[in-house]
Design a protein around this ligand. Structure first.
Ligand code: PLP
Length: 394
């Protein structure tokens, strides 16, 4: 697993890199699939005689290295570092690069857990947090010119309203004021969007979602090109220890191999579902949020920033209100009522009562009648029929 090996695939398309980068056959046996190196420690050939730098699995593990190289290659980045969850990756990135007294500008429609981490952990630590509609570039510029921010934190598409932020335009403004741009690319995944190519400084993922892709692993990653930042993140990763297990890394590797295929199908299905929902009477469906629909305020930006689809998440507001939203998600038969997203199976939930309950009463509060749908890769007609019967039973 070497840089030279990965360089072999640098000119190849994403679907090829996803399958080959970092996946050198095992040198001992020729095993084509990276083994699960379930070992906490490694034999030293004499004191500090390390084989390939391997000493202890918190610091380095070959299965994790394999995934890190695969993800970096898929992203077209120099480095990827994986973690035991998406939030652990956000925590380590921020804790290793900011200090008390620094400020963060956060979008007002980010994952509730990201807001909770910042508001309940980083703010008491002494970090300043301002939350605003970061799709409004004029307002972003006004904020950046009034105070120094270490990061603008962008989630695009955002969770759960699928707001779209123009990454390149945000980078242009932010860099003018010496502010870095971090993009949570979980919803788009590297199959559809490459924030580093748009000038972003760092990308984070919850690999729990599309990268893992099968709702069977919790994980996260930081992806970046800057070596100095990589060193800081790697230091805290080892010092604090929120690393994925070898089995988690193996599941991530397997998921990432089929990302391109899956996300294209997720996107095609989601567009069909969104169009069908939008065609329903206004007294049933109040509003559909999907960046692939022309009615979505961020559609034009998404159309040039995302490549090959608009992702698998559709949010919908029910005209009959919050209680009807709860009944609706309870009536589906193929869509499973559960938190999370990005797996092959379709999931459905009510953010205000579930994933985003922790932001109730804040500027991030989401509409009570909103239903978030993670459209899976089943047959689209079956999915639409399931939503239809659930709406008819309201
Ligand atoms: C956009 C986004 N970022 C980060 C996270 C946190 O990831 P994890 O649950 O893997 O810690 C989530 C989880 O839902 C998410 O949706």
């Amino acid at each position: 697993m070497s840089a030279e090996y990965n360089a072999k695939f640098a000119q190849n398309a994403l679907a090829t890199r996803a399958i080959h980068a970092g996946q050198e056959p095992d040198p001992t046996t020729g095993a084509v699939v990276t083994p699960i190196f379930a070992t906490s420690t490694f034999k030293q050939d004499g004191v500090l005689g390390l084989r390939g730098g391997h000493d202890y699995s918190r610091s380095i593990n070959p299965t994790r290295t394999s995934f890190d190289e695969q993800l970096a290659s898929v992203e077209g980045a120099k480095y990827a570092l994986s973690f035991s969850s998406g939030l652990a990756s956000i925590d380590v990135l921020l804790r290793s690069t900011i200090k008390p007294g620094d400020n963060i500008l956060l979008g007002n429609d980010v994952y509730g857990g990201t807001y909770r981490l910042l508001a309940k952990v980083f703010v008491p630590w002494g970090v300043g947090l301002d939350v605003m509609d970061i799709t409004d570039l004029k307002a972003v510029e006004a904020a950046l010119s009034s105070k120094h921010y270490e990061y603008v934190w962008v989630e695009t598409p955002s969770n759960p309203l699928l707001n779209i932020t123009d990454i390149a335009a945000t980078v242009e403004v932010a860099h003018k004021y010496g502010t870095k741009v971090a993009v949570d690319n979980t919803f788009a995944s590297p199959a559809l969007q490459h924030p580093l190519d748009e000038g972003a400084d760092v990308v984070v993922y919850s690999t729990t979602k599309y990268i893992g892709g099968h709702s069977d692993v919790v994980g996260g990653a930081v992806v970046l090109n800057d070596e100095e930042t990589r060193e800081k993140v790697a230091f805290l990763q080892n010092a604090a220890g929120a690393v994925p297990s070898p089995f988690d890394s193996w599941l991530d590797i397997r998921g990432l191999k089929t990302l391109d295929l899956r996300v294209k199908r997720h996107s095609a299905n989601a567009l069909k579902v969104a169009e069908w929902l939008e065609s329903q009477p206004a007294d049933v469906i109040e509003r559909v949020w999907y960046p692939g629909l022309e009615s979505h305020p961020g559609h034009e930006i998404a159309a040039h920033q995302m490549h090959g689809g608009f992702g698998g998440i559709v949010s919908v507001q029910l005209a009959a209100g919050a209680e009807a939203a709860k009944r609706f998600v309870d009536h589906t038969q193929i869509f499973t009522l559960a938190e999370s997203l990005g797996g092959v199976e379709s999931l459905i939930e009510v953010p205000a009562a579930m994933t985003h309950a922790s932001v109730a009463g804040t500027t991030l509060q989401v509409p009570a009648n909103l239903v978030r749908i993670s459209v899976g890769i089943e047959n689209a007609d079956d999915l639409i029929a399931d939503l239809k019967q659930a709406l008819e039973r309201l």
